[in-house]
Write a protein that binds this ligand. Structure first.
Ligand code: FAD
Length: 466
């Protein structure tokens, strides 16, 4: 019985998909409202990318302070105050979510606090603790993101935790078991291992970080094992968990044998589930895939003409920058622009030790796609900057088309791979060849020279390897 409030463009969810879509829509002259039931910034800013990178960085600083004897630095009494680490992490998150709030104001975007539920293709109800208000809209962008998958035998508790719980621990556990050797499990497992926790990673397949080539993930598993407090158990099927007085006992089947693992905490990171099940999509008839993802076209439009979907609720890599990219495309499509999604240039990064990064095709994918390719490798060990950082484990692999040297992919395992991959993404987007990169003067001594040298390898004329 309430009076509906009329909106032009409604964005549902304020993660890196939603808030970026809202800003771009406002820039294009739409009157925009963004609704979220939680805190501005979504998973990424509050319980994902940002807090995880803060913890990883803190753990890394601690580990480096403790273990730099090989370069002549010994230190005693290096300590971690986990509650201070948590306070600092939260201050980083707050700065960024506050920043998003400022951006909403600056772009005259209305922020509506509450849970959105569809009524029909032009109407939603938004509920907060007290009220339910009806809104009508011309266009809508669904960006409700995803949540951790809860396994039936591993119900969340104080001891059986998701990534969200692992990001908020007020103490450094003595022992932690991680189910799942994907990027979230490896990043958080590495962070706690660097803080001194004994970490056991149970991975169902034969390889951790299975989205990356074996040569790359092997460097990460080798480094993890070298730490001395990390055990990686592959082909391990976690079966059940029993909560003990002050911890957990995890049972797993490892290559046919039943094994148990005691720990203070069990971190379950076995994937994420799109938030498409509790928002009333069935009232509108929006089509989903069998995995519960919203089907969209190249402009992020669903089967309902005025409703778009972006980010973790649609297919493709569940990554923040992919969500933001789609957000821009959707907002531009609403404004009648011809923007379309093209996923080739979307990088994937793991903030492991060392970092892994990939963009475009890898060698196998390129061959499968029918390209005649050349894969050109250059090792970090032949780079002066990597050696002077005491961090020379890894390589870059440049994938070029044989006929003309066009850059169609790159993979990096090594320090700062996360930043280095940007140059290769640019090369792909701009249609550059290996020669273009080789002709670009890179400052010395920098890790960027590795990119120039890999391009020289592709041309058959590297300077710093024979
Ligand atoms: P989300 O960020 O999930 O935001 C969705 C928003 O919608 C939430 O704020 C939610 O409250 C709101 N919402 C949901 N339902 C409703 C409703 N019915 N009504 C109102 N609001 C609703 N990605 C990277 O690219 N790099 C990384 O380093 C990285 N690290 C990660 C680390 C961890 C531990 C995790 C969990 C994820 C990480 N990710 C990373 C993935 C990244 O966080 C997601 O891909 C990204 O947040 C997806 O953005 P989104 O906009 O689709 O949705």
């Amino acid at each position: 019985g309430d009076f509906p409030i009329e909106l032009d463009t409604l964005v549902i969810g304020s993660g890196p998909g939603g808030y970026v879509a809202a800003i771009r829509a406002a820039q294009l002259g739409q009157k925009v409202a963004i609704a979220d039931k939680g805190t501005l910034g979504g998973v990424c800013l509050n319980v994902g990318c940002i807090p995880s990178k803060a913890l990883i960085s803190a753990a890394h600083k601690y580990e480096t302070a403790k273990h730099s004897d090989d370069i002549g630095i010994t230190s005693e009494n290096v300590k971690v105050d986990m509650s201070k680490v948590q306070e600092w992490k939260q201050s980083v998150v707050n700065k960024l979510t506050g920043g998003v709030s400022g951006l909403m104001k600056a772009n005259k975007i209305d922020v509506i606090q509450g849970e959105v539920y569809f009524v029909d293709k032009n109407t939603v109800r938004i509920m907060d603790e007290k009220n339910s208000q009806t809104y009508t809209f011309n266009n809508c962008i669904i960006a409700t993101g995803s949540r951790p998958i809860e396994l039936p035998n591993f119900k969340w508790s104080d001891r059986v935790i998701s990534s969200t719980g692992a990001l908020a621990l007020k103490e450094i556990p003595k022992k932690m078991v991680v189910i799942g050797g994907g990027y979230i499990g490896i990043e958080l497992g590495t962070a706690y291992a660097n803080f001194g926790t004994e970490v056991t990673i149970l991975e169902g397949t034969k390889q951790i970080l299975s989205g990356f080539e074996k040569q790359m993930s092997q460097i990460v598993s080798r480094r993890l094992k070298k730490k001395g407090n990390v055990e990686i158990v592959t082909e391990a099927m976690a079966k059940s968990v029993e909560e003990t007085k002050d911890g957990v006992k995890v049972t797993a089947e490892v290559k046919g044998e039943t094994k148990t693992y005691d720990a203070d905490y069990l971190l379950v990171t076995v994937g994420r589930k799109p938030n498409t099940d509790e928002i009333g999509l069935e009232q509108v008839g929006i089509e989903l895939s069998d995995r519960g993802l919203i089907n969209i076209d190249k402009q992020c439009r669903t089967n309902i003409e005025n409703i778009y979907a972006i980010g973790d609720v649609v297919a493709g890599p569940a990554l923040a920058h992919k969500a933001s990219y789609e957000g821009k495309v959707a907002a531009e499509a609403i404004a009648g622009e011809p923007s379309e999604i093209d996923y080739l240039g979307i990088p994937a990064v793991v903030f492991s030790d060392p970092e892994l990064a990939s963009v475009g095709y890898n060698e196998t994918e390129a061959k499968e796609a029918g390209y005649d390719v050349k894969a050109s490798k250059f090792p970090f060990a032949a780079n002066g900057r990597a050696l002077s950082l005491n961090d020379a484990d890894g390589f870059m692999k440049l994938i070029t088309r044989k006929e003309d040297g066009l850059v169609i992919g790159a993979q990096i395992a090594g320090p700062n791979a996360s930043d280095m991959i940007a140059e290769l993404g640019l090369a792909i987007e701009a249609g550059m060849t290996a020669e273009d990169i080789a002709l670009t003067i890179h400052a010395h001594p920098t890790l960027g020279e590795i990119t120039m040298e890999a391009a020289e390898v592709a041309l058959g004329s590297p300077i710093h390897i024979a």
